[in-house]
Design a protein around this ligand. Structure first.
Ligand code: SAM
Ligand code: SF4
Ligand code: F3S
Length: 467
């Protein structure tokens, strides 16, 4: 009698506990690269298993997760600042569980828990497979948790068993993580660990699942995506093999990959551009600087000549291929002549959609303690380079006016009327169309443009040449 009473009560307590869990809402704020965006989505998919629902309203959250980036500036301070903001929001409410994830969590680990007691859990990018256990442990004993081991194999084995819940047209798919290149300015080898390539079949299965759930564009991700190398039964699978395999999915319209390193732009990958129907003609290949001297100081292990050879090969395969890049301005040792070389390279290649940043010393990297270029000089150079890059973009977009572009339609704009999609070169297109166009490639006649977008009309019967 007493025993059955105890069992009933225990079951009720478990049910109540589970119900409480079922009503939990998680808000994730994501900083940094596409890798973090992919990770945030997989975290959502994972915590759903323990009853968390996604919320877009941070003030409703029972759990507030910051997925952080450490690449530039005062990354760590930004995190503490953000937590200060959350503290204020929840001053008169029940405190949410505060989780710091991502690259700052990996770099700072225990230190964060010591410095800011409002933080409950610190979890690095290679430990996301443990996130549910970590949250449940915290809920049970209210003890602070820290998980920052490098355990990439277990992570992907676990995540690959969780169903992707994406309901979009375009999706990221991580194929490779970490970096062994140790460029002297970069924290990634320290925050994401050594290079790891996911098993070939695991990636193809995930791609299949994404396509079955409605995805029409896959963007393969990696810190060094073209260093992808997976060996099984004596055969090496490279990025080119993945791209070939993806060609077989008839419902998949487009494939992209990012971010590549010039050193891994091998012949097999270049040759895929000859035959692929899905691979888009935009190559994001960061060069960082146009000066061989600076590339050497950066430990980039390639020269401008190597870069131009890749450019020439790809252009001769398909003249429609365009290049985009990242640039670091004011790297220690950069003089006026080095900067002039960078400007010359930009003019030669006519880069599109590129990013440029002033060098930011990162703790623990080789370049952390080098003498900085005068701040005003760096700012001035950044202004000049950005003017050139933005001007390229404006001119490229202008040249598409009155032409027809192929657009993969992604969604409806917030105004509820216009549709949003992207060209083969990733430029945003906003146009009037039908909802049934979403998920398909349509032809849009460009009527006007600005630096970031093209505007136009859906072409139903078109005879003109597609740009
Ligand atoms: N793996 C890619 C490559 O090798 O080109 C880059 C990945 S990194 C996440 C993205 C970009 O951040 C880099 O291309 C570089 O331009 C920029 N970056 C990295 N560390 C930086 C630093 N310390 N200061 C300024 N920009 C930095
Ligand atoms: Fe960082 Fe890219 Fe260099 Fe690796 S190759 S250290 S990720 S810039
Ligand atoms: Fe930032 Fe980490 Fe990505 S440092 S750029 S979030 S790999």
């Amino acid at each position: 009698m007493v025993i059955s009473w105890l069992i009933i009560n225990w079951n009720c307590m478990e049910l109540k506990k589970n119900l409480r869990l079922m009503l939990k809402k998680i808000f994730i704020k994501t900083f940094g690269c596409q890798m973090n965006e992919y990770d945030s989505n997989r975290i959502f998919d994972t915590v759903k298993k323990i009853g968390f629902e996604k919320t877009d309203k941070y003030e409703d959250a029972n759990c507030y997760l910051l997925n952080t980036c450490h690449i530039r500036d005062k990354a760590k301070e930004k995190v503490y600042h953000e937590i200060g903001r959350v503290k204020k929001i929840f001053r008169f409410k029940k405190k949410p569980i505060i989780i710091v994830a991502g690259c700052v969590a990996q770099a700072e680990n225990q230190e964060m828990l010591k410095r800011e007691p409002y933080i409950d859990i610190v979890i690095g990018p290679q430990s996301y497979h443990k996130i549910n256990g970590t949250i449940l442990n915290y809920l049970n004993d209210k003890k602070k948790e820290e998980e920052t081991e490098f355990d990439t194999i277990s992570k992907f084995n676990y995540l690959s068993k969780i169903k992707n819940k994406v309901s979009k047209v375009s999706s990221f798919l991580t194929i490779q993580e970490g970096c062994d290149k140790f460029c002297h300015f970069c924290v990634v080898p320290y925050t994401r660990g050594p290079e790891y390539s996911r098993p070939f079949k695991q990636i193809i299965n995930e791609a299949k699942e994404l396509i079955e759930s409605g995805i029409r564009e896959i963007i393969l991700l990696g810190q060094n995506v073209n260093a992808y190398s997976y060996k099984e039964e004596g055969k090496e699978f490279r990025l080119s093999d993945l791209l070939l395999e993806l060609e077989n999915f008839s419902q998949l319209k487009r494939v992209r990959y990012t971010t590549s390193h010039p050193k891994d732009m091998t012949e097999d990958l270049i040759n895929i551009y000859k035959s692929s129907n899905k691979l888009m003609p935009l190559v994001h290949l960061p060069v960082q600087s146009g000066s061989n001297k600076i590339l050497k100081l950066m430990n980039r292990n390639h020269t401008i000549d190597d870069y131009l050879k890749i450019y020439d090969k790809l252009k001769s395969i398909n003249p429609n291929i365009q290049f985009s890049s990242d640039f670091i301005i004011g790297y220690p040792g950069e003089n006026d002549n080095d900067f002039k070389n960078t400007m010359e390279l930009i003019k030669k290649i006519n880069f599109t959609n590129s990013y440029s940043f002033i060098f930011s010393p990162r703790p623990g990297t080789v370049a952390a303690d080098l003498d900085l270029v005068d701040e005003n000089k760096s700012k001035q150079r950044l202004k000049i380079i950005q003017k050139e890059l933005f001007e390229n973009q404006i001119q490229k977009n202008k040249s598409l006016e009155n032409k027809i572009v192929n657009v993969l339609v992604e969604n409806r704009m917030k105004d509820g009327v216009k549709l949003f999609g992207r060209t083969e070169h990733m430029t945003s297109v906003i146009f009037d169309g039908d909802l049934e166009n979403i998920g398909t490639v349509v032809q849009v006649e460009v009527t006007s443009s600005n630096q970031n977008s093209l505007f136009g009309e859906l072409k139903k019967d078109y005879k003109q040449k597609v740009a």
